[in-house]
Design a protein around this ligand. Structure first.
Ligand code: PGA
Length: 253
């Protein structure tokens, strides 16, 4: 399976000129990258004007969205629909990011978005992760429920479109990521839960990415020791030299 790196730009940068500059740099870096898929998920306002450049046949990049509307009714002020995303070439969409869960997004809403995205041929990047780790392993029960509920009702035949992003909430925006050996343990646990839902053969084919304080110095180790299929990068995806280093390090593994 090809590894994947997703740059989650969150509510950045402040200007379109800066967005364009970041994109152009990533495009140049991606030219020499062989084994890794690179996606960027910019804010909605920047997506349409850069979509052609990202999705053209010469580009190796993938256009991602940070969110999509839960609503299908067009009378939904301030929302962006799946159809709109599809028309500008979006092929992956982050759902259930912890920052959106903090704004009130529930597992059931995540599951609804996941199913609709799959139906429309967009791969959902389903974010899951514990807020805290308990000494008795309480976080494992939390994780299990979050995964099961966020994927509730997804058919086995559709499961190959899913991408999981394991992001322990306490490691997001933190000084350091989770230890790589602990990431490995969590990834195995996530796969076990996926196997309960879809069977073990499918569970091993679903990419499980890691996110939370990834940088150029730790990216390779997280892939190798953590045994992840890729990375979801926040802050460092806007720092073009750091993001380039992450891409090159992962492609070397
Ligand atoms: P970070 O964010 O890389 O800045 O920790 C990761 C994320 O929120 O997806």
């Amino acid at each position: 399976m090809k590894r994947m790196i997703i740059g989650n730009w969150k509510m950045n940068p402040d200007s379109f000129e800066e967005a364009r500059r970041i994109l152009n740099k990533i495009k140049r870096v991606s030219v020499d990258i062989k084994k890794t898929s690179i996606a960027i998920a910019p804010p909605f306002v920047f997506m349409q004007p850069i979509s052609k450049s990202v999705t053209s046949s010469k580009s190796k990049l993938i256009l991602g969205s940070q969110n999509v509307s839960l609503y299908e009714n067009n009378s939904s002020t301030g929302e962006v629909s799946i159809e709109m995303l599809k028309k500008i070439g979006v092929s992956i969409c982050i759902v259930g990011h912890s920052e959106r869960r903090h704004m009130g997004e529930k597992d059931e809403e995540v599951a609804t978005k996941v199913k609709r995205l799959i139906k429309n041929n967009i791969s959902p990047v389903v974010c899951i992760g514990e807020e805290v780790r308990g000494a008795q392993g309480e976080h494992l029960d939390f994780l299990k429920n979050q995964i099961k509920n966020s994927l509730l009702g997804v058919q086995k035949r559709d499961s190959h479109k899913i991408i999981i992003a394991y992001e322990p909430v306490w490691a997001i925006g933190a000084p350091a990521p989770m230890e790589s050996k602990d990431i490995h343990e969590s990834v195995l646990f996530v796969r076990k839960v996926l196997a309960d839902i879809f069977g073990s053969e499918i569970a091993f084919r679903i990419p499980v990415l890691y996110g939370g304080s990834v940088n150029g110095r730790n990216a390779g180790d997280i892939i190798k020791v953590g045994q992840t299929d890729g990375l979801l990068v926040g802050r460092e995806s806007l720092n073009t030299s750091a993001f380039s280093e992450i891409i090159r390090e992962v492609d070397k593994v």
